[in-house]
Design a protein around this ligand. Sequence first.
Ligand code: ADP
Length: 409
Amino acid sequence: MSDSTPIFNDRNTGRSKLINPTLVLNCGSSSIKYALISEDESTRITGLAENLGLDTARIKHTTLNGEKLEITIPGGRHELALQKILALLEQYHFIAVGHRVVHGGREYSKAVRVDQHVLDEVKRLKILAPLHNPANALGIEAVEAIYPDIPQVVVFDTAFHQTMPPVAYRYPIPKALYEEEKIRRYGFHGTSHAYVSERASTLTDTKGPHGWLTAHLGNGCSASAVYNGESLDTSMGLTPLEGLMMGTRSGDVDPSLHIHLKRKLGMSLEEVDTMLNSESGLLGISGLSNDLRTIEQAANEGHKDAQLAIEMFCYRVGKYLASLSCALPDFTGIVFTGGIGENSSTTRARILDVMRHFGINFDADKNDELVGGAEGNFQEQDSSIELWVVPTDEECQIAKETRQALGLK
Ligand code: ADP
């Protein structure tokens, strides 16, 4: 979730409930999100170290009693922040650490325990995730230095999508680029797609195999086709730039755009890459912000570019979901998640309007009620498919996969 979402989950009901906790770490390029989650997943402490490397670097932490702490660490980088975080959590005797790692390449189709080989692979895969994998590796090494005896596990964002068949993961480009350079579609947001599809399968009354389209719509956005718990296709590709329009990322554009902009404007490949990753999407079209709340407000006040940004966003999600439905042998329903998917009922309604030939029918009031962390469905009885809102919980999924990888409960 973004920095703007509540940082502290006050689910803390007492130290005695924080039994055999797993520490989940998500080390980004300038931030570290953490969560300490009890074995039964009912209790957790969460926090965030942000602005790492800057004068404003700080840790926001809540104690088990609900007391909020802010610790400033001016200029502090990952190592210092992790030392402080580990010192804050030491008293709870965590039994394992699970790291979110962005890229697992072709090698990893599930979470694995960290050893030297795994750590080397995480570093080597920097070529596929230059901003993320190095920060993830730093986190592993910092924990190893302080707690060499606590088992660590890496949970890859790409792993869930390793079940995709070649027809979905190959690009129609020369074979040697796949075989020698591993150029293929990997997909991301795997822990979120895994969590919400499994949750929807648990919640639904429908028996038999389940085919879900999961729409993770946050700052980063991706959609997946998940059949019987296996990802069969997804919208992100070699990198998280492919697919849906996002907060600042363009999603799909003509691959010839790079050469065109080079010829026409003399832009370098790096400049085009930055433009597509950081200056496009909702921000690029609206000219206002990457935050949908700001854009929705401006659109309501008549801002034409904000209105177009929302229309394009919804059109592109609907179009992608329609095409991803081809991957599913059976289409049980759509699951919305992520900051936008969980909170913007108008966006959900617009996306479903784009898919008007699918025989989807939904209860508008129920849709409006499913915001702010609510979980539930909103299809009418005669709808061709089910419609669910499931708040994602990537930390919980990482803690679960960490325990599984270690053969713990
Ligand atoms: P990230 O990908 O960084 O984890 P989030 O999942 O937190 O992002 O989603 C951030 C997006 O969710 C932003 O575009 C934000 O505007 C949007 N969002 C959050 N709450 C609401 C809301 N109540 N209404 C509309 N959009 C919302």
